[in-house]
Write a protein of this length. Structure first.
Lengths: 372, 93
């Protein structure tokens, strides 16, 4: 792992860290919502160069990690159907369902394709009119414009052999759920930059006001993160609680309006279960009435599949920020990226995998001998 | 999968009624949907996520981001994701 001080921007980084150290007077717990930010923080050792008063809590913003077990099990059931070409983003293939993962189904002859874009799945539907092409549509607001457009296009072209298994989730209801959860320690949020490039910043001032919590929209690069943290600490120290945009080179107040229009046409708000956390009201999207004909859950009658999670996996606590990955007793023992118990150990953006890949030691075992 | 990568628009065309473009990501060129940035032109930079340009950015920020990604080893990961679609085509044969 490279460290912050090794970069070209080291001087600027040092200045930002010094400024944070100068203004901080007491402990603060700040949650970075997005998994991409967690990945960058751990990879660059940002949490290790901050003054000890500033604690970063890793949030639930990894779509692979929060996709509930029963969605994985439904995906497995559909993917095993010999009529189906099942399309997914690559990092979903190793996510464990209750008995196996998509890789195992592929190994038994299931036709599973890794796609870069949902449009690749639409293309496959065009090329294979005799097969059912199903796309596993997961993601936060950033991914929704792409997934929505794929369904819209399929409908326009009359591709009856295309459908989607939808498990879309949203950031603002997650922030609300975290603030309302008993035992919450989070005092401020770094909100996810790319989510806001689609949705704009307008959703956040009411949340900041309602929960009296600073929300700073932040990018992913080391300097972006340090600047977001600096602005958050300044708000906390001055007793302010505002929504602030620290990523203005990409994000504006209104967001991408053409994308929001297609999202609003194709999707409708829906209660969603978050893996390890449980159901949060209106925390995601499902297909709207006009597009329900493309719902794979109905087409393959898998809505009845329900499942429970491994009691060994503490990913729910990790996702809520009450447990650090290397404080979990299974971390690096029963649970590794090769044999993951939970999704947070699978995705590169999952907090557990980010810790493991950066060689963070198991904290519970004294002497920390639990890692690679 | 949350990664969004800056790229430069090299050309623009229509495909199945959709505004598409060839976008260059540090040397890897990919077909990208431009429908959500109706004003974007050849030579402009945009942030691209799962095949869709979602936000326009200036050239300096784009180059800076690509450099940072390369330094911290994220660029290779991103390019690998970009190639995933080609695999699906190949298997689709």
């Amino acid at each position: 792992m490279k460290h912050l001080t090794e970069y070209r921007d080291a001087e600027q980084a040092r200045r930002l860290v010094a400024e944070i150290a100068r203004v901080v007077t007491r402990p603060w717990a700040i949650m970075e919502v997005c998994g991409g930010q967690t990945h960058s923080i751990i990879r660059n050792g940002i949490d290790q160069v901050l003054p000890p008063e500033v604690e970063l809590i890793h949030g639930p913003g990894c779509p692979v990690c929060v996709t509930p077990l029963e969605v994985i099990d439904r995906a497995l059931a559909i993917a095993a159907d010999p009529r189906v070409i099942f399309c997914s983003f690559g990092d979903m293939l190793r996510v464990p369902g209750s008995r196996e993962n998509l890789f195992a189904v592929k190994g038994r002859g299931g036709d599973i394709r890794v796609v870069y874009s949902p449009l690749d799945a639409v293309k496959l539907a065009r090329q294979h009119p005799d097969r059912e092409v199903v796309f596993l549509a997961i993601g936060f607001e950033t991914t929704a414009p792409a997934n929505a457009m794929a369904v819209k296009l399929a409908k326009q072209e009359g591709l009856r052999n295309f459908s989607m298994l939808v498990s879309h989730v949203l950031v603002p209801p997650a922030i609300e759920a975290i603030m309302r959860s008993p035992g919450n320690r989070v005092q401020a949020f770094l909100a996810a930059g790319h989510v806001c490039s689609v949705m704009g910043t307008w959703q956040y001032p009411p949340l900041a006001e309602q929960f009296r919590v600073p929300i700073v929209i932040t990018g992913f690069e080391p300097l972006d993160l340090l600047d977001g943290i600096r602005r958050t600490v300044l708000q906390l120290e001055h007793g302010r609680h505002e929504a602030e945009n620290a990523y203005a080179r990409v994000v504006n107040e209104r967001g991408n309006e053409p994308a929001q229009a297609v999202i609003n046409e194709v999707f409708t708000p829906h209660d969603r279960a978050w893996r390890g956390i449980g159901t949060i009201p209106d925390s995601g999207w499902s297909l709207s009435a006009a597009y329900r004909g493309f719902d794979a859950e109905e087409r393959f009658a898998v809505a009845g599949i329900t499942t429970t999670e491994s009691p060994l996996c503490k990913s729910g606590e990790v996702l809520k920020g009450t447990l650090k990955p290397n404080q979990c007793p299974a971390y690096g023992k029963e649970c590794t990226p090769r044999r993951p118990l939970g999704a947070t150990m699978v995705s590169g953006e999952g907090a557990c995998a980010a810790y493991y890949n950066a060689g963070r030691f198991l904290e519970i075992a004294s002497g920390g001998s639990g890692t690679p | 999968m949350c990664l969004a990568v800056p790229g430069q628009v090299e050309s623009i065309h229509e495909e199945n009624g959709m505004r598409m473009g060839r976008v260059n990501f540090g040397g890897v060129v990919k077909e990208i949907c431009l429908a959500y940035l109706p004003d974007i032109a050849v030579g402009d930079y945009a942030i691209v996520h799962v095949g869709f340009a979602i936000s326009r950015i200036d050239e300096a920020s784009a180059r800076q981001t690509l450099r940072t990604f390369a330094e911290i080893g994220l660029l290779e990961e991103a390019l690998e994701e970009l190639r995933a679609g080609d695999d699906a085509d190949a298997l689709g044969g």
